[in-house]
Design a protein around this ligand. Structure first.
Ligand code: PLP
Length: 419
């Protein structure tokens, strides 16, 4: 055990104790693989604004916002107010609500390719639904997606993270339009849909090369397949989503995270024609149900979250992220550690490698990023164990200075362990 881990353990005795209790009732004491890390994850107790607190009373500046979903920070007062009002009137109803219509309207107004919306409860469900629509409309089975792409915790998509084709899933390298073209030419008659994240998230915040998304969309259409854009994390990049930035018009858009204002949510949207697959007035329409779909609490929170994510706020977050990335690189140079960062708007992934790797899940710098993650926690910064950072609209420039100072200390400590 190095000094970083010793300090981590020393500050989190209650988390360690609760970890043992958790292991007796949940496999590995965990219910969400992404958030697990060694020696044991913290138990959080509270969040407010740009901060979260653990059960031992330590305060952290929140740099991940529940994996990009809390774009306005924790317990954002306008969301708390809207949700409290909604919840006082009942948390779920067996019929639609005004809030549901309002959230769907906002999404249709903002995202150019979205004319109709269906809500579900997670990004994972949104992906499963999009696959169902594509299979229904084309009568085909196969999905084509990017190697190391992620569209949720569903077998047909999870093979993407493993980097190996699955029974019903084919993979091609993100950014290689010719590889997608070739598969769509050879196997197009079997492919129901091509799924792409506009910016790879889990694989390390990888932006697409110019024209890549539009070219794949075109090839998908030539093959009679649907083009599905997974905007679950990228809707935060522009008021119109990443599809506005990269100028591409998908048949279906997967949404989640920020559109629920911190509550469980998912949605798919698309043209009136494609989405009419769900219209229960049509004979043989696609069965899509869910006890909590579009529930009034999620929708009340989502309306505030989406409405208040203005372009001016997005631009401010992006400028702050740019500065943070530069300052982290400067601190690593001073500590004489190899370092690189991939940045897309307010999202970034850091690497203790002199060049950012190609899209990947396996980490060559596993030891250094593991040390940095614990050192960052020791210095009061909460980020994803894999080095993913997502800023929020409630990070002030003053707080950003503090983040930079704390991160520089953590980087220096990683250099000092020499391990
Ligand atoms: C691009 C992308 N798609 C889908 C999902 C799945 O969303 P959820 O975790 O809400 O099921 C995620 C989650 O991180 C994601 O990043």
């Amino acid at each position: 055990m190095n000094s970083i881990e010793e300090r981590y353990r020393g500050a989190s005795a209650k988390s360690a104790e609760l970890g043992k209790q958790a292991e007796r009732v949940m496999p590995g004491g965990d219910t969400r693989t992404t958030t697990f890390y060694r020696p044991y994850p913290l138990t959080l107790a509270r969040g407010e604004g740009a901060f979260v607190w653990d059960i031992d009373g330590n305060r952290y500046i929140d740099l991940i916002g529940n994996y990009t979903s809390l774009v306005h920070g924790n317990a954002y007062p306008p969301i708390v107010e809207a949700v409290s009002k909604a919840i006082a009137g009942g948390s779920a109803w067996p019929a639609r609500s005004e809030a549901q219509i309002e959230l769907a309207t906002l999404l249709c107004e903002r995202v150019a390719s979205v004319e109709r919306v269906r809500f579900c409860n997670s990004g994972t469900e949104a992906g499963m639904l999009a696959a169902q629509v594509a299979r229904r409309l084309t009568g085909r089975k196969l999905i084509l997606m990017a190697r190391y792409g992620y569209h949720g915790s569903y077998e047909d998509f999870e093979v993407g993270l493993a980097g190996q084709d699955g029974e019903r899933t084919m993979l091609a390298d993100f950014g290689e339009a010719t590889a997608f073209d070739a598969l769509l030419s050879e196997r197009g008659s079997e492919i129901a849909a091509v799924f792409l994240e506009p910016v790879l998230g889990s694989a390390g915040v990888v932006e697409p090369p110019p024209g890549f998304l539009a070219r794949v969309a075109e090839a998908a259409h030539r093959a009679g397949a649907l083009f599905v854009l997974d905007e679950v994390i990228t809707l935060r990049l522009n008021e119109g989503g990443a599809q506005k930035i990269y100028d591409v018009r998908p048949d279906l858009t997967m949404m989640g995270k920020i559109i629920g204002g911190g509550f469980p949510v998912g949605a798919i949207g698309g043209s009136e024609e494609v989405m009419s697959t769900f219209d229960p007035r049509n004979r043989g329409s696609l069965w899509h149900s869910g006890t909590f779909n579009g529930n009034p609490v999620t929708c009340a929170a989502g309306v505030v979250s989406v409405r208040e994510l203005t372009q001016a706020r997005i631009d401010k977050m992006n400028r702050q992220a740019q500065r943070l990335a530069e300052e982290l690189a400067r601190a690593a140079r001073q500590a004489e550690l190899p370092f690189s960062v991939r940045l897309a708007g307010s999202l970034m992934n850091i690497f203790f490698l002199s060049e950012p790797p190609a899209a990947t899940i396996a980490r060559e710098d596993a030891r250094a990023i593991g040390n940095f993650h614990l050192a960052a926690l020791n210095n009061g910064l909460f980020l994803a164990p894999r080095g993913l950072i997502a800023l929020s609209t409630v990070t002030s420039d003053e707080l950003l200075n503090e983040i930079i100072e704390r991160a520089a200390k953590a980087i220096a400590e990683v250099a000092q362990t020499g391990d």
